[in-house]
Structures are given as C-alpha cells and as structure tokens.
Design a protein around this ligand. Structure first.
Ligand SMILES: [Zn+2]
Length: 355
C-alpha cells in the first residue's frame, strides 16, 4: 500500500513535474514567439524607417532642388516681369503719343483737305472770272488784252529763274510739264512753286517721246497712259491734278502718227487740250537769239487780243527775252494769266485769231 502510495506520489510528482515542465516550456514558448515577432517587426520597422528616412532625405533634396529651381524661375520671372512691365508701360506711353500724333495728323489732314477744297473752289471762281474777261475782250467791251504765255517741257534747271522773273514782273504763266523731257534740280519743289505762285501746272505727258519711234504716238491708249502718268506725278508733288493737256509736237503730228484722232479719248480721260496761236520758235536746232525771241513774241502776240504763246523753259535765251517781252506787251495793254479749262482758247479754238 505504502509502495502503491509512493508510486502514485511519484506518478503525481512526475505528472506535476511534467505539468510544470510543460508550463515552463509553454511559458517560454509563449514568451519567445512575440519577442521574435517583435524583433522581426522592429527590424522591419527599422528598415522601413530607414527607407522612410532615405525617402525623406531624397524628397527633401528633391523639394529643395525644386524650390531652388522655383526661386530661380521666380527671380527670372520677376526680372522678365519687370522688363515686360516696363516694356508695356513704354508701349502704352508710345501708343498714347502716337494716338495724339495721329489725332494731330488727322486734324492737319482735315485742314489741308479743306484748303485743297477751298483752293479748287477758288480756282473755278478765278477761271470763270477769266472766262468773263475773255468774253469782254472778244466783245470789244474792254481795252485789256490777254496773253497766255506757256512754257513747255519743264521743269528744267532754268525753271526756278522763270518763276523768279514771273514773280518780279507780277505775271502768271502756264507750265506744260513733262517729267522725262528735262532734268531739274528739284522737280517736286519746282512743281509746287509753279502751283503755289499762281501759275497753271498743265500736262505735257510723262515721257514726251513724240518722235515716230517714241512711246507716245504708237497707240491712243499709250498716249492716255502717259498723260495719266504725268498727272499722277504732278498730283504726288503738289496735291493737285492737271486739267489741260498739250500734245508734244502738236495735235497734227500726234494724229498723223497715231493714224487716228485721239481727241475723244483725251476728253474721256478728263482733259481739255490746247494748241498755241503764237510761237517764239525757241526749240529749233538753229538757236534764236534772245532779241529775236523777244521781237518774235511781242510781234506775234500783238496780232491777237487773246494770245496763247508757245515757248520752252529749257531755253536760256527765252528766259532772257521773257522780262523784256512781258514789259513791252504790258505797255500795249496785255495781262498775263494762267490757263484754265474754262478758257475760250481750248481745243481747236486755240488757233482761232481772237482779234
Ligand atoms: Zn514739248
């Protein structure tokens, strides 16, 4: 019994020991797993933290770089912005200046347009007064006689002298102008002076190539083109159109070369044409002396009460003859006037002896 108890005791003790052992084992087992897990998690976390640290460093480096770039951009943008702003301010102020200038120019333009309109209106008024005078002369109601002294083929280098002399004498003449006929010092200025000093600026074609091989009388269209081109040139220089046309070489020569009468086409182009009734013959090869030209002018004009005298402002002798002839004719009752399309002397009438 005693032995049995002992065995039971040993068994129980053994069981107890096993249980304790198991408990200890279980305890350590229980303890060991979380620590290992913890340690493994901690390692992971440390690794992750390391990664986070590294990423953070990387990020912060990137951000710094971005910030730097941004700062650079901003500072550049700032400079650009400043430049742009100052450019814009300059442009705006420039724009204001230009707008003001434009306004001034518009006002000036309007003023000039008005002057041109007034001048054209005065021109018509003046032309109709001359026409009235012509009719009185023709009707014998006045002692006044009229000389239309015309200078062809200019402006030339001598035109300035014609203008000076005409001004001194207080007379007005008509210039049949042709751009290519002669050289001039300052043609636009000459044309402006002719106009501004009260003379008539008329049309003698742009090219003046009236010889058989020239471009003027090959076809009527060519002639009209050369008339219009001269008008454009005069308009460009003076702001006024030409109104009267004279054929280089005369109308008979023009008709002969063209083989047709261009009168209608000339009229359709807006021109009155004119010939001449007196000629000082200053365009010949055998040059006339100044005295000859003066006598020729005075004698011929005196045959007529309304005379259209042909001369050329490239002939130096004509310039010498001009003042003397004018004075002699003024003494004989002649006034010197510019030609207008309203004149009785236009077209075929030029050669009619108004006496
Ligand atoms: Zn000519």
């Amino acid at each position: 019994m005693k032995n049995t108890l002992k065995v039971i005791n040993y068994v129980l003790l053994g069981l107890a020991l096993v249980a304790v052992g198991f408990g200890v084992f279980a305890f350590f087992q229980y303890r060991a797993v979380p620590i290992a897990e913890y340690e493994s998690s901690a390692a992971d976390l440390r690794a992750q933290a390391q990664l986070v640290d590294e990423s953070t460093d990387k990020l912060s480096e990137d951000m710094k770089a971005q910030q730097d770039a941004l700062r650079e951009d901003i500072s550049q943008g700032g400079d650009e912005g400043k430049t742009l702003a100052s450019d814009l301010a300059a442009a705006l102020s420039d724009n204001e200046d230009k707008t003001a200038q434009l306004e001034e120019l518009r006002a000036e333009n309007e003023r000039l347009d008005n002057i041109v309109e007034e001048t054209l209106a005065k021109r018509r008024e003046y032309a109709s007064k001359i026409r009235e005078l012509e009719e009185k002369v023709q009707a014998g109601e006045t002692d006044i006689k009229i000389c239309y002294w015309t200078f062809d083929d200019g402006p030339t280098r001598l035109t300035t002298q014609v203008l000076d002399k005409a001004k001194e004498l207080g007379v007005h003449v008509t210039f049949f102008t042709s751009h290519e006929a002669n050289e001039s010092e300052d043609e636009p200025e000459m044309l402006r002076r002719e106009f501004a000093e009260g003379h008539a600026v008329a049309n003698h074609t742009y090219s003046h190539q009236f010889a058989a091989m020239g471009n003027l009388y090959q076809k009527t269209e060519g002639l009209i083109e050369m008339i219009q081109k001269q008008d454009e040139w005069v308009y460009e220089c003076t702001g006024f159109h030409t109104e009267i046309f004279r054929y280089p070489g005369g109308s008979a020569w023009a008709k002969a070369l063209l083989g047709t009468d261009p009168t209608e086409a000339v009229k359709e182009a807006g021109y009155e044409w004119i010939e001449w009734s007196c000629d000082v013959f200053d365009n010949g090869v055998a040059g006339k002396t100044a005295d000859e030209i003066q006598s020729m002018a005075v004698w011929q004009v005196k045959q007529l009460d309304i005379a259209v005298l042909l001369s050329h402002d490239w002939n130096a002798n004509t310039l010498i003859a001009f003042p003397g002839a004018v004075k002699q004719l003024q003494d004989a009752g002649y006034v010197f006037l510019p030609l207008y399309p309203e004149s009785v002397t236009m077209g075929e009438n030029t050669k009619i002896k108004f006496s």
